[in-house]
Design a protein around this ligand. Structure first.
Ligand code: GDP
Ligand code: IMO
Ligand code: MG
Length: 425
């Protein structure tokens, strides 16, 4: 059986968590393959709302294996707290597996994240990270100084490595004039988390491949979005992992030949959190309306999300990089009251219109969006349960998006709940 991959096609928060929950109806395992608790994936079921940071969004379907893959950077204390909170709400965390190869995030990574951001802010180069230690943890991985989750099962080795690393990081903090970490205090918290998590640690690469061999259906859950990808995003205003579909191969240990359908989650407009260029960003009443109606506030940090019109140039690029087979269009309902909807169909750069995303971030920051206006539908779609019942102008909007980004619309989402989702065909 193949492994399907679901990724965000924009700057994150497209509604990946909701879609994973919906698609998990038909799968045996969900695997997170990159990122860490910078992710905030919201799933609403009935009157309950959950925000997941590290636990895969398949957790709400009993019997589904929820795998935190080798490509993820895991804050053990955060993961323990997340799992404990889910247990208190009646969910079965025994479905969770944690890769022994996943990199660990410690207090020093979070502090290093803050230190780097503060230094960058002084020279106007802040990224606006989530402060979850993601960049420093991936730096340690690349520098081969990171600790992997397997060490959670070896208390003595963990203690020694943690104290050694605290010492190394404290030298950096001292040089930057920052308060030093209290290694004893931090270790005490870590020890509790290690004891809690040790039983969940396993070789998930072998587990995933066994599932595939046995004909089971695997779904890989992307975090962040394509335009935040460390290679293909708006570098340096990106996260530190491979957020694209290809990341599922390395981050879950799945060979390319086993990848099946690539799902691209596409918000019907665009949002971004943090710094960096955003060609269609709105600073007017329409932008305010999108934020208000779409409740565009970060699920991880609570920051207001920057909002703008749909960018077909950026999303087409994203569909290309990911090889998107099927799109799930989310938050269509947020446009219900818009009289006129704009779609960015090109960028003007240095007096010339281009139809691609410039790879130089300075050029991208300079582009002026070229818009096309389409009429709104001015009626509520939140209770629509099948494609045929959508207002004609909403269908035209979806067809138009599909044509512009050269990919097929398969699912439409008109609200945060499971039931507010339907297939096009
Ligand atoms: P993710 O990071 O991609 O999983 O997305 P987030 O959970 O950060 O942000 C998406 C937000 O939109 C969440 O609050 C969801 O509950 C909500 N949401 C998802 N799909 C829809 C939709 O179709 N309509 C509306 N109105 N809200 C949605
Ligand atoms: P989900 O999975 C939106 C952004 C941050 C910042 C940049 C780098 O919920 O879609 P980092 O902490 O990763 O070093 O921050 O990436 N960012 C996200 N934006 N959704 C996310 O995740 C994000 N995760 C990171 O705001 O601009
Ligand atoms: Mg999110």
């Amino acid at each position: 059986m193949s492994a399907d991959v679901l990724i965000g096609t924009q700057w994150g928060d497209e509604g990946k968590g909701k879609l994973i929950d919906v698609l998990t109806r038909d799968v045996d395992a969900v695997v997170r393959f990159q990122g860490g608790s910078n992710a905030g994936h919201t799933v609403e079921i009935g009157s309950e709302k959950y925000v997941l940071h590290l636990v895969p969004s398949g957790i709400f379907r009993s019997g589904v294996s929820c795998i935190i893959g080798n490509g993820v950077v895991v804050d053990p204390i955060g993961l323990m707290e997340e799992m404990t909170a889910l247990t208190e709400r009646g969910l079965d965390v025994k479905q969770i597996m944690l890769s022994d190869q996943a990199q660990l995030i410690f207090a020093y990574h979070k502090r290093a994240d803050a230190m780097k951001e503060a230094a960058a802010a002084k020279v106007g180069k802040k990224i606006g990270t989530t402060g979850r230690g993601i960049g420093p943890a991936y730096c340690d991985r690349a520098a081969r100084t990171g600790l992997r989750a397997g060490i959670l099962t070896k208390p003595e080795a963990l203690k020694k490595a943690f104290y050694d690393n605290c010492e190394r990081y404290n030298k950096e903090f001292a040089a930057a004039g920052m308060e030093l970490l209290n290694a004893d205090e931090e270790y005490a918290k870590l020890k509790v988390a290690a004891e809690y998590l040790a039983g969940f640690v396993t070789d998930t690469v072998v587990a995933v491949n066994k599932l595939l061999k046995a004909g089971k259906k695997v779904l890989c859950e992307g975090a962040q979005g394509t335009l935040l990808d460390v290679d293909h995003g708006t570098y340096p205003f990106v996260t530190s992992s491979s957020t694209v579909s290809g990341g599922a191969c390395t981050g879950a240990g799945i060979a390319p030949k086993h990848i099946g359908t690539v799902w691209g989650v596409v918000k019907a407009y665009t949002t971004r959190v943090g710094e960096g260029p955003f060609p269609t960003e709105l600073f007017d009443a329409d932008g305010e309306e999108l934020r208000r109606i779409g409740r565009e506030f970060g699920a991880t940090t609570g920051r207001p999300r920057r909002c703008g019109w749909f960018d077909a140039v950026a999303t087409r690029y994203s569909c290309m990089i990911n090889g998107v087979d099927k799109m799930a269009i989310t938050k269509l309902d947020v446009l219900d009251t818009m009289k006129e909807i704009k779609v960015c169909i090109g960028y003007e750069l240095n007096g010339k219109v281009i139809d691609y995303v410039p790879s130089d971030v300075e050029d991208l920051a300079k582009v002026k969006p070229v818009y096309e206006s389409v009429p709104g539908w001015n009626c509520s779609t939140e209770n629509v349960t099948c494609y045929a019942d959508l207002p004609e102008n909403a269908k035209r909007y979806l067809d138009h998006i599909a044509e512009l980004v050269e990919s097929e619309v398969a699912i439409v989402s008109v609200g945060p709940k499971r039931e507010q989702t339907f297939e096009k065909n």
